[in-house]
Design a protein around this ligand. Sequence first.
Ligand code: ZN
Ligand code: ZN
Ligand code: FE
Length: 761
Amino acid sequence: MGDIVIAYRIEIKGLVQGVGFRPFIYRIALHNNILGWVENNNEGVSVHAEGTELQIDGFIQDINCKAPLAASISSLIKAKVKSEHFTDFSIKKSASYSQTITEVSPDIAVCDDCLHDLLTQHHRLGYSFVNCTNCGPRFTIIQALPYDRHQTTMQPFEMCAVCKGEYENILDRRFHAQPIACNHCGPVYSIAKGDLLYNTEEIPAFIASEIQAGKIIALKGMGGYHFMCDAENEQAVITLRNRKQREKKPFAVMCKNLQTVEKRFEVSEQEKKSLVSWRRPIVLLRNKKPFAASVSMQLNTTGILLPSMPMHYQIFDFLTTDAIVFTSGNVTDEPVCIDDSIALNELSNIADIVVTYNREIHNRVDDSVMMIVNKKERMLRRSKGFVPTPIPSILNTEGIFAAGAELTNTFALGKGSQVIFSQHIGDLKNAETMEFYEESVDRFSTLFRFQNQFVACDLHPDYLSSNYARSLGLPTLEIQHHHAHIASCMAEHGLSEKVIGFAFDGTGYGDDGTIWGGEVFVCDFAGYERKFHFDPVPLPGGDQVTKYPWRTALSYLYKYFNELVLYTELPFLASIEKKEIVLLTQMIDAKMNCPLSSGAGRLFDAVAALTGICTTSSYHAESPMQLESIIASDCKGKYLYHIENKIIVFYKMFHQIVNDIQNNTPVSIISAKFHNTLIALILDLSKNIRKETNINKVVLSGGTFQNRYLLGLTEQLLMIEGFEVYSHEKVPSNDGGIALGQMAIASAFRQSATSTGFYGR
Ligand code: ZN
Ligand code: ZN
Ligand code: FE
């Protein structure tokens, strides 16, 4: 009985294309004596399997247990079909027969086997584009689905006979590896010096010697160019800063290996795991023995990543330094460069040497950035290695386009129960970035066969993403910024019930026309109640204040102190002319260009300025980062605040801080007490709202929760108080995660629109 041949059709969905899944199926089919075929299609992978009950059981078990590293199976459905009496097992040519899609693999760091081949395989000796079914470029080179070589930027490279042999040999690790290449047939690096281009087999050695000599290199990477220089060479790092016009924003550093990382940083097991994962993100680590001072500019953390492309390893082989600055290769504020002629013409003004290669990057991606807090990965920038892996949704998102915010923009497309997130796009106010945004929306729509039916965007009247969304001429839902923040975190965790939401960030358009950003909501996807919010202060000069935190500090003091003389004596105003101070107070009195803001980011600005930590800011979120960096973590003290008619008033805190400053209290203590005040406030208000509403779920979102101290302690203390706490892991808590919240709110709205047609407060 057991040897009766039966047949099954097996449909596998998930991340199963471009990750060596078909060859994997082929091999386990042979191993289990299964006959039939496997094919890629738009919906995933289909298998026709014939064998005995026992063989098929073993086969399916192997599919689930032995799948390739980068694969992830979201569903496996099997149905009995008629046996067609196959005599072998084959990989069928890709079919393209449906409008639904499967996943596209993110790019995968080079695997150990390939690094070994680079030293041993005669046709790949020193070959910098070595890859196999387990590693190599994916999303960055893909132009259309299904994932086949002719639909990638590998198309112009014709396989040589040897590669073709491997590509067609089922027992080879490169069987059906679409970007397969070798020294004879694949892409090559070249070095450009001025107008002169030349090839050399000694490129890694040359790059290494130039880095060692203190030069700046622009190197074409997987998803765009990078600038590199010796992280131990202060002069080189300063030169890069000057030429890139990047005054103080910290640089990421690529370390040779984990040993280097362990020597220089405090690194936990989880941090190590994230660093070595095939996604190769930048991980924020606490400094132990820092590199050149200008790398992290007084911050106590550095963004660290490990090599991911063969070329990175090859360069380190020749270097004596074991850490190189590794930062996006772009012209100030523009998206990371992927265009070789721009690299040669413009990046060459910053770099001494431009190293390029002759394969096109189709999809631009920056490096992803994350931090580990309370042993969990927290995405800060979701790009290379993660995009375009979808995020599952509990709501039907089909046909919804979420336009995102304006700073650190990402957008999202809804496909059924999945949300396809774009890579990090950047600040849309830059014209080139806006162009990148529109181009990426088009590319994603084509690649994933997305039919736009419904649009979600930020309520802001002037966000470029909102204007773009409104111009599409489709039904559009405008969503309050901080509601989208909380909804984003809810969606990430599959919550749809009412929650207590703390949305703390720099700025977002409030539904009363003022700037919000210190918001305490009770909300679900359908709407929000603004339970409490930070005391609004006038921002003299509007947006200007983000560059000049001292102005916000002045505004708080003007609000909370009566006598001008009291605070004009404070050290942080010593370098500001009295005239200017008086002028600003007059502006505030006249309500002239002084929009009101309840933003948490502005509160951090004010405290950072007041304590002299950061009176002027040279990059986004500098003052909160500086403040966090100096916290005396053993200090348990805090300041006082009070509530006046739903408003969280910091009158007492500012008086106490001024007192501390006048008593020469160390700024590390002031910073700790300030952070502890916010944590206490979250705890108090959570308890307060729970008492009133019985809601026990607390959601934390907004850019302010990128603060490791604030997020870590708040979570721990809320849990001690019995709250269920939700914070971001998969998408950023900053505006890079907004699109997910917009998507969730729009999905819920569309589902209920026929009954209520209402969104908002
Ligand atoms: Zn490999
Ligand atoms: Zn070849
Ligand atoms: Fe925000």
